[in-house]
Design a protein around this ligand. Sequence first.
Ligand SMILES: [Zn+2]
Length: 340
Amino acid sequence: MLEGGARMRGLIFRLAFSFFIFLLFFSCQNRPNDYSRLVAFRKKCIEILGTRSGAILAMNPRNGLLLAVINEKLAVQNSTRPGSTFKIVTALALLQNGLVNPADQFVCNGQVEIRGKIYRCWLREGHGEQNLFQAIANSCNAYFFQAGENLSADQLRSTARQFHLGDCTGINLANEDCGRLPDWVSADEKNNFVVGQARALAVTPLQMLRLVSAIANGGIFYRPFYPASLDELKKFRSELIGMAQLSEALRIFVKEGLRQSVAYGTSVGAKLPNMIVAGKTGTSSEYFGMNTDAWFLGFAPFEKPEIAVAVFLENGRGASDAAPLARQILQAYFEWMESK
Ligand SMILES: [Zn+2]
């Protein structure tokens, strides 16, 4: 009887253990493991991009699996200035170097004078008093110029490097452009650097997607993988590249800024009715000419991110062009997930 009980306990233990392994296996799988359905999502993304010249990227931030890469050339093979999406990096650098507390306020009058020179915010009438969250949400240049006064270009470059900008991601697609960080910047150019407009700063939408994924997922950088067939999807195993050197508390401050940006700031165009979305817009200017390029980086749901997106559009603006496209992509993704 005693032996039978022990055998039963052993059996129960083995069953429980097998069930645990089963759960572990399935929780490690990407949910959209049906390749044909993944293709349907990609087609939807192509439709959303339409005739615009740009790129759409979507990734599972928990493992680095790319769900969509629309227009490889602009998404992976071409780097350009990130504009205000780079304020994510500046905010991280300010926090990492202990230069601001999130509640510290700076006043935006539409412009700010630093060492006798005038630097402009994009909002002519000014944002008034801004703390870190509001400055990320409203993309207030004046906040970043002032908060960044004691931030050196070296410190900003170092944070950008820790977040793998200027680094190849190692994606399984050909001719990746690895982007670049400025080697040296003048005091004047540093003010362009803090708002993502330094002349020598160039990033790919893929690099920025991975960066915002790391904000979403706890600071983890995965090697991005884009499956081109069912076989490749089945063989996919996530590959960890590194962890951000940033405390959890500081990462959460930036994440909160991204939530506020979609709640009331420049990213409202990406808002969904039934889910909290986080994100950041960018409008990067070309140095020769009046054209601007539109950016949006984001993820959802805020509490437990399942998808991160990057939208890049030539000749557009972040708030009015890129953010609404991101909303459509997120909507398509969640409708698709629910219909499974
Ligand atoms: Zn401002």
